[in-house]
Every structure is written in C-alpha cells, then in structure tokens.
Design a protein around this ligand. Sequence first.
Ligand SMILES: Nc1ncnc2c1ncn2[C@@H]1O[C@H](COP(=O)(O)OP(=O)(O)OP(=O)(O)O)[C@@H](O)[C@H]1O
Ligand SMILES: [Mg+2]
Length: 299
Amino acid sequence: MDSVVEIKQLTKVFKNTKAVDGVSFSIKQGEVVAILGPNGAGKTTTMLMMLGLLNPTAGVARLFNEDAKAISVRERIGVMLQEVSVMDAMKVKELIKLFQSYYPNPLEMEKLVRLSGLSEQDLNKRTEKLSGGQKRRVGFALALAGNPELLFFDEPTVGMDISARKVFWETVRELSEQGKTIIFTTHYLQEADDIASRIILFNEGSIVADGNPADIKKKLSKQSVSFIAKNDINKELFVQLPFVSDVFQKNDRMYIVTDDTDSILATIFKGNLQVQDIQIEKGRLEEAFEQLTVDREAV
Ligand SMILES: Nc1ncnc2c1ncn2[C@@H]1O[C@H](COP(=O)(O)OP(=O)(O)OP(=O)(O)O)[C@@H](O)[C@H]1O
Ligand SMILES: [Mg+2]
C-alpha cells in the first residue's frame, strides 16, 4: 500500500455553494501532482480538506492511511498555503528555528536556506519587513523545515520573480528525485506541464481530467504537421489517411491535423514529397484546459 493520499467522495457545501462535489482520487508515493482549474473550481477547498484544516460536508480524506489531523501525519507533511501569514516580530532565522523544533528530524538551517533561496540578509530581517516574494521564500523554508515526505503548495509561485520561481521549481525537482510526493496548484499551465507527472483538472467542484500531461494534451488538443510545398501537392493524398482529421492550406503552408504526427512524416518521406520547413505542433495544455473548463460541450 504505497498510496499516500486517499480521498473518497469528498464534498464541501458552503451555504449555497457546492464548492467540491464528490471528488475521489488517490496519490502514490513519489508522484508530482498539479491541481489545475479556473478560479473558484474548488482546488483550495479540496487541499484544505486533504490537510484536515477544513471539515468535509461528506466523504473522507486520509494521508498515509491515517486521519490528516494525527500528529504522526503532521510530522510527515509540509504545507505552503495560498495566503502566507508568518508570525510578526520575529527574525526569519528565529522563525525557522522555531519550526525546526516542532519536528523530530528537521532539515538543517543551511540546507533550508539553500533550498528556499533565502539570503543571509533575509535571515536577519524581521518577518513584517519582508517583501511579498521574500515572504513566499520563508513560507517555503517553513514547509520544508520538518524534512517532510509529502508536500502541499497552493499557488506557490504567485508573487515570485523569475529567479525565485526558477529556484523554487529546481528545488521541487530535487525533492521529487528524493522520492517525495508533491501536490501543488497553479494557474501557470507551463509549470504544470514542465514539472508534474500527473495533472488533475478541476471545474465547478468536480474532476474533469486526470492523467499525465502528455496524455491529456494528446486526447484534447489538436496535433498537426505543416510544411511549405515546393511543388503542388494533392490534398487528397493526406485526406484519405485514417488518422487525418483535416487538411487545409493557410498562406503558403499546408496543415495536416492528425492524431499521429509520426505517420504523416513517414508519408511525406516515403512519397518523397518536395516540402520544406516541416513543423510539428504537439498540442498545448491551454487548449486542453479550455476545452474542459470553458467549452464543456466539446468534450
Ligand atoms: N469559507 C468559504 N465560505 C464560503 N464560500 C467559500 C469559502 N471558501 C471557498 N468558497 C467558495 O467555494 C468555491 C471554491 O473555492 P476555492 O477557494 O476552493 O477555489 P479555487 O479553485 O482554489 O480558486 P482560485 O483559483 O481562485 O484559488 C468558490 O465558489 C468560493 O467562493
Ligand atoms: Mg485557490
């Protein structure tokens, strides 16, 4: 049993809003899971219920096969929430030391500083004097303080500049290579595409897609091969192929919409067609996201 997160029929109703509507999934050790979805889709609410910080209206959430509120679970997880509030009137260094003291096997200060990208200067600042981005880094260091096996980040990179973002994702990669399980939400689809081994897409409180980024893109966005023909090429040559859904000409370029770009290339080379500047479009996550969350009829 290596599933570290198990949620079953999780539901949350606030007064008149069904924020989360019977959501179930399990996450295995070592997975890097991106939870995506438009504003108000229920991502944060689901995360809070997973963490035992919000009571579900119905359903169950378990971490390491235990109640998320159990101390034994708390010691194994690290969390950075959407709203960062760190205790005021303390130096960053003191705050980190305090957090380390809560855990049986904390990470050393030196390591935390390196992983979170905090500077020596930041460490000696009082927390209320920090900028938004610096606060995020402190939040990250605090999430890692207990050397957790399972990490939750809710929109971790909001307010981070480009270099902070880079440090953050490099660290996440490093943690993932150590076998840690990571669950994060983001509105930057590229981050999900680059980092996640699995994407769970939410819309209106339900899961509308769950799979690895490549499969989700393949299933929901269009792939195409396009080229500039040196001589006239008969469209019919491609139209008749079973794996081609559309062929059209735009400006001087011919586009072949397909779910098998490799076979189109094979057709071009076997037929010795005189073409130049071949381009392959493998589909974009944005497209899949839009199909599932905006234009639901299309699914
Ligand atoms: N404490 C609350 N009281 C009442 N309604 C709430 C509460 N928290 C969330 N909601 C509602 O539940 C729904 C889901 O909110 P949630 O914060 O989970 O969305 P989200 O997917 O995290 O969105 P975002 O991308 O904007 O962070 C929204 O309609 C929101 O208004
Ligand atoms: Mg949210």
